[in-house]
Design a protein. Structure first.
Length: 157
């Protein structure tokens, strides 16, 4: 009976666990997660979309995540990224804004209350490119380049 209780206890403990990403294989979209001394086998992570529309947002080593394991079997687990932590707090506290702050300092923000989309590359010194067909706009720190078959500048149409 005690063996059965120990097994049920182990399964319950493994249903949902908080750990840190130990390693990532970007080619297979799998990562290993560490819980103290235990490191999982490579597990898939959950993404926003994986059908006709598909997203890619890989977890990083050291990132705090949840592992959800059906029936408490870690070998069947999936990784649910990610949890804010003291070292990496949330990038905003306003419900009407969707904000992504990147490690290089770049910032993307949509504020639905203000009807504004902001792409700020000042801190990263980056370049913004917009392409469609043969048209191409490049906004760099000290220049703007516009290429296209026809360019309307200050057109009052």
């Amino acid at each position: 009976m005690s063996a059965l209780i120990a097994e049920v206890s182990r399964q319950l403990e493994n249903l949902v666990r908080v750990g840190r990403v130990e390693s990532v294989n970007y080619g297979t979209a799998r990562a290993q997660v560490r819980f103290g001394d235990l490191v999982t086998a490579p597990l898939p992570w959950i993404t926003q979309r994986a059908h006709a529309d598909v997203t890619w947002r890989a977890p990083e080593e050291g990132e705090q995540v949840l592992v959800l394991s059906p029936s408490g079997e870690l070998t069947q687990g999936v990784i649910l990224p990610a949890l804010y932590q003291n070292a990496y707090p949330q990038p905003d506290n306003v419900a009407s804004r969707h904000r992504v702050r990147y490690a290089d300092g770049a910032l993307m923000e949509h504020d639905r209350a203000a009807h504004r989309l902001l792409i700020d590359l000042t801190a990263s010194g980056g370049t913004l490119e917009i392409k469609t067909g043969s048209s191409h706009v490049v906004i760099a720190p000290h220049s703007v380049t516009i290429r296209g078959d026809v360019i309307h500048l200050n057109d009052d149409r």
